[in-house]
Design a protein around this ligand. Sequence first.
Ligand SMILES: C[S@@+](CC[C@H](N)C(=O)[O-])C[C@H]1O[C@@H](n2cnc3c(N)ncnc32)[C@H](O)[C@@H]1O
Length: 359
Amino acid sequence: MEDESSEKRNQARLKVLELANMISVPMSLNAVVRLGVPDAIWQSGSNSPLSASQILTRVLPSSSSSAASADPDNLQRLLRTLTSYGVFSEHISGEIRKYSLTDVGKTLVTDSDGLSYAPYVLQHHQDALMRAWSLLHEAVVDPTTEPFAKANGEPAYKYYGKMPEMNGLMQRAMSGVSVPFMKAILNGYDGFEGVRRLVDVGGSAGDCLRMILQKYPNVTEAINFDLPEVVARAPHVPGVTHVGGDMFKLIPEADAIFMKWILTTWTDDECQAIMESCCKAVPGGGKLIACEPVLPKETDDSHRTRALLSGDIFVMTIYRAKGKHRTEDEYRKLGLAAGFPHFQAFYIDYFHTVLEFTK
Ligand SMILES: C[S@@+](CC[C@H](N)C(=O)[O-])C[C@H]1O[C@@H](n2cnc3c(N)ncnc32)[C@H](O)[C@@H]1O
């Protein structure tokens, strides 16, 4: 029998203590984003190390009602934890600890277009989503209703639709994540050549189409198709027509259909229904270009695999208990069943894969 005090056993105990308290990490991340810490440190690129007190004077100006009671020690506790997870760099001089942003922390800084990954962090930690997490085990016991709907009485998109601030945050979150992705795929994938009329299904604020149009002037008709309450608040994008509708009912006709981060959130049957609508909307030889997170076959502890697997659990909790991150093979089969005989996958981006289905 193994010695209970062996190094191996102790490491295992430490690991489980870390896992059991893991929620402290994303909640600390959410807290520093809510407080505006990344932008306060970045200050137009200076990224000079700051103490927690110095950060507080920037995020809570002395005129604000909470400035007098704010607690730098508690902010420092958050910063130390996030330093351990690579978000901040710590600079110690005597008793003073100061913090700057690492490359990970910089993803949370608002850029010149007003975008960053910060809204994505906030979007994932809103109260309605947090309520669902404690019901995650029920997705195993009863997968017919996702934890979000159990906790909030209705499915996520319906719920967001009634909350303009949630819809707004969702759009900012999607824009922040989509822009770097689109830059990558527009450099490495040429499937939009020859396309005249393009529909982006579930296109949110229209950022993906805006970027496609900049590179492909051959796209002369671009339709951003999303739920009516979403397109109602989408900004004007030159060359893009916003159309409200329901992809389960009718998708506008096009030479090609683009979609990003859509199929993942639905069950196999729902994906097949969406893909069949896409198939009806394009002519013979027409394409459905879907960009989705695709799971590797093997499980490992790389950041990529962890981002994909943890996102898979997010989908199970929030969108559909049987919505999921799929493998390439699962997508190929869904495409075949929906009427697309040809399939190709392009691994260009670090997270999403371009899945090209041809009719
Ligand atoms: C995860 S977001 C992806 C947004 C965007 N494609 C991107 O990647 O930045 C899913 C999108 O699907 C839209 N959506 C959900 N249900 C829909 C439906 N029934 N018909 C059309 N769009 C829908 C949502 O409003 C949301 O904008």
